[in-house]
Design a protein. Structure first.
Length: 123
């Protein structure tokens, strides 16, 4: 059950959007859920971006979390080796961000959605 560690809204969005998780997603999510570090290597189009970020989207979006509210700031930092990939990553995050929010609203669950920002030019 690769989606078992995810919240209701994240699972609902994923199940309505995809037939099943890809192997890199299944293996990556299992390691991430276990608190391990993971290096996800797979061909283009295999779902690596979602494998890497879906856990973060789920955890950051859960308004029903037992965690105390946190002060504003960076929670997830992705450093792309290529400037052009930054915009691909941002674009690929929009669908799950919107999808999880809509699924939460449909399920009547409270939701807090993270923001995505892009910064380039740093060396």
């Amino acid at each position: 059950m690769p989606l078992a560690p995810f919240g209701h809204a994240a699972r609902a969005w994923f199940e309505s959007s995809f037939e099943r998780a890809t192997p890199v997603q299944e293996q990556g999510w299992a390691r991430i859920a276990a608190g391990e570090h993971a290096l996800l290597i797979a061909p283009t189009g295999s779902g690596k971006t979602l494998a890497a970020f879906f856990w973060c989207i789920d955890r950051l979006s859960r308004a029903d979390s037992t965690e105390a509210p946190r002060s504003p700031g960076v929670r997830v930092l992705y450093i792309s080796p290529l400037k052009a990939l930054v915009y691909d990553i941002e674009r690929n995050l929009r669908a799950p961000l919107v999808g999880v929010r809509r699924a939460a609203e449909k399920l009547g669950l409270p939701v807090r959605m993270p923001r995505v920002a892009v910064r380039t030019g740093d060396t």
